[in-house]
Design a protein. Structure first.
Length: 456
């Protein structure tokens, strides 16, 4: 990991040397003042030489960073810059994290030389304006939904396939820190423990050992593993005898085991494995079901599977010549899959039209009546009118024939870009009857119609 501290102080020294407090009229009144002026000239010369040396090192570091940014593009897209997509979430997270951290270092180096104009030009291209996903929260969410092993993810391995860079102890600690700030001690313990395992193997540690151990100890305590909390707090005192909180925390944990305050010697080899139960999410009672669906683990009984089939939809004149392939996926509720209804060429046109219009998706706040972003809906979306391009109109007409629903009361064609880690938690995709009084009585069907449009 790049050192994020740049000890460039000579610019300040140079400024101070030039503005020493003596007046112009007093400089030549004595040889002492002349000698002082000559000495100051030598000091300024030395300061300038030091500044040039520091600046050359700074510029050399910027050259290395420039090459590093170029190497990232080559690694991802290849030498010819093909439009490849990073599908490994750990790889994507690591790249975003490193580029974001490197940019802060680049900005620091640039500001050290007061290159304000160049900084203003670069500011428009900082990671904050280019990417949002995936974040630490996204990594946590994907691990849960797809039951990914923490160690495998840190190794860049997804379901047995090694196809990404490894995370550092610092990366794992940052994920643990995000979980801790949300009082999610289940994930805090998982990722802080992984950070501890990794930092011990790193030649140049990327994270502070005592900090990692403190996260582990507190998460152990919150998850009901008091003896393990004592063990890890004892390790804190070993790696950092002057740690400001270790002694107090250790006494607190020991008092929980023995109210009389008698210290108990803990042998981790004799302790049972720590418990780390994932808490229930009361805001999403369907959590386990929808996560299983995401993993394609929803079993269909054989008696129901026998009722599923595929057919060609030909109930409209146009469909006599170009029938639509339909697969019945489920009956209660009825779920059908329209196959092969949009071509690669049409997809390319839609992407080209929608990309400049993509904005962070919002949800309706029932209390304020305002549209706002929410952590449970992570995506960008855009809306296209039929009049914007013949392809949009063609797809709308096709949806009409697919669903047998009129497009007159449907919303515009919505294009959603979720990206790696993007999601929309379970929700009711409909509005109340009163909000749709100006439409037909089929408001719920219309919203389901729109949902089909999103997924095509």
């Amino acid at each position: 990991m790049l050192n994020m501290i740049w000890p460039l102080t000579t610019a300040t020294l140079l400024l101070n040397a030039i503005t020493l407090p003596f007046s112009r009229g007093e400089v030549f009144t004595s040889m002492a003042n002349i000698d002082m002026l000559l000495q100051m000239g030598e000091d300024v010369s030395r300061i300038i030489d030091n500044y040039v040396e520091e600046d050359e090192r700074r510029l050399e570091q910027l050259k290395k960073l420039s090459a590093e940014y170029k190497s990232h593009k080559v690694q991802v897209h290849g030498q010819e810059g093909t439009d490849n997509v990073i599908v490994n979430p750990v790889e994507s997270f690591a790249i975003v994290k490193q580029l974001a951290d490197n940019w802060r270092y680049v900005e620091h180096l640039m500001k050290a030389n007061s290159a304000e104009k160049m900084i203003q030009n670069f500011t428009h291209h900082t990671p904050n304006t280019i990417v949002r996903l995936p974040s630490e929260e996204d990594v946590i969410g994907m691990a849960d939904v797809y039951k990914l092993d923490t160690h495998d993810m840190a190794e860049g391995k997804i379901r047995g396939v090694l196809d990404g860079r490894k995370l550092t102890a610092y990366d794992c600690l940052e994920i643990a820190r995000v979980a801790y700030n949300k009082q999610d001690f289940y994930h805090t313990l998982l990722w802080a423990t992984e950070a501890w395992d990794r930092v011990q193997k790193e030649e140049e540690p990327t994270a502070d050992e005592a900090t990692i151990l403190e996260y582990i100890a507190f998460a152990m305590f919150k998850q009901g593993n008091i003896e393990w909390a004592i063990h890890y707090t004892t390790l804190i005192k070993q790696v950092d005898p002057n740690h400001p909180r270790a002694s107090g925390n250790l006494k607190y944990y020991q008092d929980l085991l023995d109210p009389e305050g008698k210290p108990r010697k803990i042998d981790p080899k004799k302790l049972p494995p720590p418990t780390n139960r994932r808490p229930d999410d009361l805001s999403i009672p369907e959590r386990d079901v929808y996560e299983a669906l995401c993993r394609s683990e929803y079993p269909i009984p054989d008696k129901d599977r026998a009722k599923l089939y595929c057919y060609y939809k030909r109930n409209r004149p146009f469909l006599k010549l170009a029938p639509i392939k339909v697969e019945v996926m489920h009956w209660k509720p009825k779920i059908v899959y329209f196959r092969g209804v949009i071509s690669d060429e049409e997809i390319a046109v839609i992407k080209q039209l929608a990309s400049p219009l993509l904005k962070r998706a919002t949800v309706h706040n029932a209390d304020t009546g305002q549209l706002e972003t929410a952590s449970y809906r992570i995506s960008k979306s855009a809306w296209l009118k039929d009049t914007e391009h013949e392809v949009v109109k063609r797809i709308s007409d096709r949806i009409d024939m697919m669903t047998d629903l009129t497009m007159e009361t449907a919303e515009l064609l919505q294009i959603a870009n979720y990206g790696i880690g993007g999601h929309y938690d379970p929700h009711f995709d409909m509005s109340t009857v009163s909000q749709f009084e100006f439409l037909s009585n089929n408001s719920n069907i219309q919203c389901e119609h729109c949902l089909r449009k999103i997924n095509k």
